[in-house]
Design a binder for this molecule. Sequence first.
Ligand SMILES: [Zn+2]
Length: 496
Amino acid sequence: MDIRHYTVSLTVDPEQQNIDGYTEIDLILSQPANRLVFDLTKLMMAKKVWVNGKEAKQDHQDDKLIITSAAAFNTGKTKVKIAYGGKPAVAERAPWIGGFQWEKDAKGNPWIAITCQGEGAQIYFPCKDHPSDEPNEGADMIITVPKGLTVAGPGLLQKVSHKKNQSTFHWKTNYTISNYCILFNVGKYKVAKRTYTTIDGNKVPLEYYVLEENLDKAEKILDLFEQSCRILEKYFGEYPWVKERIAASETPHLGMEHQTNIAYGNKYRFEKVGGKDFDWLLHHEFGHEWWANKVTNSDWGHMWIQEGICSFGDDLATRELAGEEAYQKSMRETARTLQNKFPVVRGDEVDSDSAYHADIYGKGAFFMHTLRYVLGDDIFFPTLKKLATDPQYTYDNTITTSDVEKLFSGAYGKSLQPLFHLFLYTTDKMKVLVKQTGEDKYAVRLLNIDMPLPIDIVTDAGLQRITMDAKGATITSKTPIQVDPKVFYLKQVILE
Ligand SMILES: [Zn+2]
């Protein structure tokens, strides 16, 4: 099945910590099927199911909802409606161990957030919970809450209606969206707004849904949003969702990259970068609008593309605000703190939980730093932008590590496969053998990578960029040589 669209319609009861309503799934069946299977936590009780308007049988076991009928379901457009409800799982440690948060703001008003990047959207609506199948035509969220509260959802607000003591908010996105971003936040929010003009001249609403108690900080968040957007657009191209909005909602958890409605919970802890205020959390989650929401890996096994390149975007903010030296220093710091326990890419059997080991962030970002050095800025930056803007890698299309390798190899004009293999598929460092062969002669060669690579070597004549390979080169210097002093590679220098 190919998922086309979700409509999630729920009434949220903060007192009972309960949700109740229905989900409609539009999909295309590529062949006739005797059964349709969706992911849905067993904490949600499926009450009734319809396929193309006709009631169907359902069996709900082990977080799978299996829908059957006497006659097979036909090929083509299919509409499945599922009525359900229950008490969703409460987040143990949001955003890392997700679920619902039924919190209160300082004035005692309900403040509700959802996080489910690892757990999947099946914790509150039935869906096909795999990153390779996003709803290409978007999603509608119709959420009913007690009057006085505001719902923030994905895309644009279509309508708010009030009935007795309840308010219903209809949010709609027409863009393809990851399941774990089809969600809502509830609070006694105020909305700070302005208009942002993108790098390509499009005008986009910029909004921050802020708790009343923090309204005085909202303008500062909008300023920092603009600052981050200018940096990210410079390197990765125009903001991806110009027909909708740039937005964040204040949440009780630290943050998450929810498309067009990122979660912000960094409590206004700004830091100074190059003398300017900066909010790393806001910048990182916002960077995911490009890396995760627009450019999506097709499987959890390639999660470094989303987290590693997004983290590299954080380093590029340092470069923009504090300069190249500060950027290089932060990359050296990243290299020092890597765990290197598992390869960044471990194959497709990795699941959503185990995908998030630490190195996909730091080592993924550092790998981009290495690529930048090897390719040089004139090739590297336009190629990175191509990855973030070319239709074959973005929106409806999902990518793997091999797509990234082929793109960069093509731009470089030579295969970078050995470099990708060493740094992403193994925990080995690049081994550089240095052997003094005479009073002022050094033989230098690469031991475990079979391709010529540029490398910085400091000799008595200063720093030189030399092309090195497994055969090696002879370096002349009256003083002991230094290999890659600025740390563009994760390496081990072996002195013989
Ligand atoms: Zn991230």
